[in-house]
Write a protein that binds this ligand. Sequence first.
Ligand SMILES: NC(=O)c1ccc[n+]([C@@H]2O[C@H](COP(=O)([O-])OP(=O)(O)OC[C@H]3O[C@@H](n4cnc5c(N)ncnc54)[C@H](O)[C@@H]3O)[C@@H](O)[C@H]2O)c1
Length: 380
Amino acid sequence: MAIKNVTVLGSGIMGHGIAQVSAMGGYNVILRDVEKQFLDKAMEKIKWSLDKLVSKQKISEHEARSIFARIIPKVELADALKDCDLLIEAVPETMDLKKKVYAELDNLADKKTIYASNTSTLPITEIANTTSRPEKFIGIHFFNPPQLMKLVEVIPGQKTPKELVDLTMNFVKSVSKEPVLCKKDVAGFIVNRIFIPLVHEAAWSMDRTKASMTEIDSAVKFSLNFPMGIFELADFTGLDVIHKATIEMHSRDKKVINPHPLIRQLFEEKKLGQKSGAGFYLHSGEKYERINLSEESAKKFNPIQLLATILNNVAWLITNQVSDAQEIEKALNLGMGLRKPIFETAKEFGISSIVGELQSLAKKYGNFYEPDPYLISVQN
Ligand SMILES: NC(=O)c1ccc[n+]([C@@H]2O[C@H](COP(=O)([O-])OP(=O)(O)OC[C@H]3O[C@@H](n4cnc5c(N)ncnc54)[C@H](O)[C@@H]3O)[C@@H](O)[C@H]2O)c1
C-alpha cells in the first residue's frame, strides 16, 4: 500500500510540527483539531516556521507556498478522515481521552486507514486493542520539535504485522527523519527509558553525595558528553511532562525508575521548569537561557553513578531484545543529543567499575540497582 493522504489529529505542540514535516515530505495533509481557533494558531506557527526556512535559504518561497497549501485545517472529523491512508494521532497524553478518540475514529475511518499514535509513554498494544484494527495500529514517536528533531521511534504493538512496520519506517524516512525501531512495546520505549530515570537518579545523587546541582549538571555535560545538564534538560522539557511520564512508566514497570519525591514536589508546587519561571533552577524571561556550567565544576562530581543507571537501562533494552547497541546509540545521539556514543564514555570509566558501582548501589539502596546480565557479560 502507498501512503498519499495523511491526517494529523491534534494541532498542538507535536501535531502542527508533524503536519508540517509530512507536507514537506510531499504528502497531502489534513490537520484536525476540536476548535477552529486551535487550528488557526497551528497554521500561523507552520507559516512562521516555513518563512524561517525560506529566510535561511533551506527552501524557496515557491516551495514554502506549495507545502503550506498541502495542509488543510479541518474541525469536522468525518471530513478530516475522508480517503485517509495514514492517521497520526497527537492528542493529549491521557489514556481515557485516547480511547475515546479512537472509538470515535472507528465509526468514521475507512477500512484502509492505518492508525499511528504519537504517544510518548502509553502502551501501544493497550490502545490498539480498544480499536477495531489492532493489526493496523503502530506507535510513531516524534520528538519535540518535530521540525528539528531527526529521531522517530517506531513501536509495533503485539498484533502489528511486519509489513506495517516496514511501511512506517519508510514513511519516516520519506519525511527526512531517522527511524529507530523499538521492537517491543516497553515502558518509555528507548529514549524516555534512559532520560526519565536519569532525572530521578540525579536527584538521588544530590541527596547522597551533597554535590550541588550545577556540579552534577556540569559533570553530565562535560564528563558524560550530554548537550546540557540533566536538571537543565528537565527544566527545558517541563516537570509536568516528566512527572506524568514517571507515573505512567513506573505503573507499567517498577524496574525502570527509582522515583525521587522531589520531582512530584516540584510538579505539585507548579515549578514546571523554564515555562513557569522555576523548576530545579530559577528562570527569567520567555527565552531559554542556558545554565552556567563549567569544566571546573564538573571535576567536583563523579558521574559514574549516573552513567551506571544509564548503562543498566541500555543493557536491559538489549537483554530484552527491544533494540541493539547500535540503534540505541543512534537514538541517544539523535533524541538526546549525546556528543559521544555512551559505550565509548562507559569504556573510559571502565565497564567493570560501572558494574562495581551498581553492585555497591544495590547493597546500599536495594535491588533496583542490580546490574543487568548483559553488562556483566561485557565487563571485560
Ligand atoms: N510535547 C512533547 O514534548 C511531546 C513529545 C513527543 C510526543 N508527545 C506526545 O504527543 C501527543 C500530543 O502532545 P502535545 O504536547 O502535542 O499536546 P498538546 O496539548 O500541545 O496538543 C494536543 C492537541 O490535541 C487537541 N485535541 C484534543 N482532543 C482532540 C480530538 N479528539 N481530535 C483532535 N484534536 C484533539 C487539543 O485541542 C490540542 O490542540 C501526546 O501523546 C504526547 O505524549 C509530546
